[in-house]
Ligand binder design. Structure first.
Ligand SMILES: *Cc1c(COP(=O)(O)O)cnc(C)c1O
Length: 357
């Protein structure tokens, strides 16, 4: 049975041609980029090139890019630098923000039915003690685009650090740090088809190093650099840029075809102001754990956009916050990527059309 992958928001299918290029030139990756001999210099060259490309991909300067183990670490690094201060965030952030904020003094802005937070709410929550504002660019469950540019514009002259989790926007929307006017931004390599375990922290302010040790990343993050991680993310970004139209067409097709299936549903969040790679569907007559198992039996991989603990599917925190637990327990996230085809969606609709309680 052909496996169909609709879980790109969790991680992308890895881009094998990048790995093949790596294998063909593998000895250039061998050295420690901080070694001064030939091996080191070869690796350093790859690392520097990746840094320039990745900085360019968000219109940043290479000196503002810190390589990390992923967006979770990037997010934690920012929060760790502002411990004890007053923070404003939202009730739809990723766990790597939510859990890192545990124990801090935080005001959580509430997303509306479309999954959007508002600048007005932010203005009302702001005090002269606010030190940090954290808002994601695109929500990883609903795909809603948040008003980060308006927030950046509003905060630009204030002594407040503005952090954006840009993971789900990367590759799908243009990210220009000079336009968003954010002070820092997190990105992840594996969400665009790079290797798991590599990410970026863009920052224009000095932050505390979370990992202490060697002098790598100009003392901002210790640990031997992950040359392949950086290379694979930079190459993957190039590829995903060329796939936007295809992804857009897939979502359009998905929505048109779903409307033809005789099944009760509603779209969670907003279709109008959303990224094209994610669609979250509330299936009124079916629980998501049942549907996900049924789809999986038919070779189709999707998710409920929530963590699986002790074998029991817990309702999504984000959907529960916006709607209620009942709706969260009946919702499935489909997220698209470069391996997907129109035929994959035809297959999905055929399978959904046959589902029986
Ligand atoms: C996946 C994801 C992260 C975490 O990225 P990792 O590189 O896996 O640590 C953070 N934020 C959002 C919105 C994500 O989707």
């Amino acid at each position: 049975m052909k496996k169909i992958y609709f879980d790109y928001a969790a991680t992308s299918i890895k881009r094998k041609e990048i790995l093949e290029n790596f294998l063909e030139n593998a000895d250039l990756f061998d050295g420690n980029p901080d070694s001064t001999h030939t091996y080191g210099r070869d690796a350093k060259k790859i690392l520097d090139q990746a840094r320039r490309k990745l900085a360019g991909s968000i219109k940043a300067d290479p000196s503002q890019i810190i390589f990390t183990s992923g967006a979770s670490e990037s997010n934690n690094t920012v929060i760790n630098s502002f411990r004890g201060g007053e923070i404003i965030s939202t009730n739809i952030e990723h766990d790597s923000i939510m859990n890192a904020l545990d124990g801090e003094k935080v005001t959580y802005l509430r997303a509306d039915e479309e999954g959007r937070i508002s600048l007005d709410d932010l203005k009302k929550s702001l005090t002269d003690r606010t030190k940090l504002v954290i808002v994601m660019f695109v929500n990883n469950e609903l795909s809603t685009i948040e008003p980060v540019k308006e927030i950046g514009e509003f905060l630009k002259d204030k002594p407040i650090h503005f952090h954006v989790d840009g993971v789900q926007a990367y590759g799908h929307l243009d990210i220009d740090v000079e336009e968003i006017l954010c002070d820092s931004l997190s990105l992840s390599g594996h969400k665009v088809g790079g290797i798991n375990g590599f990410g970026i922290l863009y920052t224009r302010n000095k932050l505390k190093s979370l990992i202490k040790g060697g002098e790598q990343e100009k003392h901002r993050r210790a640990g031997t650099s992950f040359t392949l991680g950086a290379y694979s993310m930079a190459e993957a970004f190039d590829k995903i840029l060329g796939e936007r139209e295809k992804i857009k067409d897939l979502k359009k097709y998905f929505l048109a075809e779903l409307a033809k299936v005789s099944i009760n549903y509603e779209i969670n969040g907003s279709v109008a102001k959303s990224s094209d790679h994610i669609v979250n569907v509330y299936f009124k007559d079916f629980k998501s754990d049942f549907l996900l198992t049924y789809l999986d039996m038919n070779g189709i991989c999707a998710s409920a956009g929530s963590a699986c603990r002790a074998g029991a599917l817990e309702p999504s925190r984000v959907l529960t916050n916006i709607y209620d637990e009942e709706r969260a327990l009946h919702s499935v996230r489909f997220s698209f990527g470069y391996t997907n085809t129109i035929e994959d969606i035809d297959k999905l609709m055929e399978v959904l059309g046959r589902v029986k309680a």
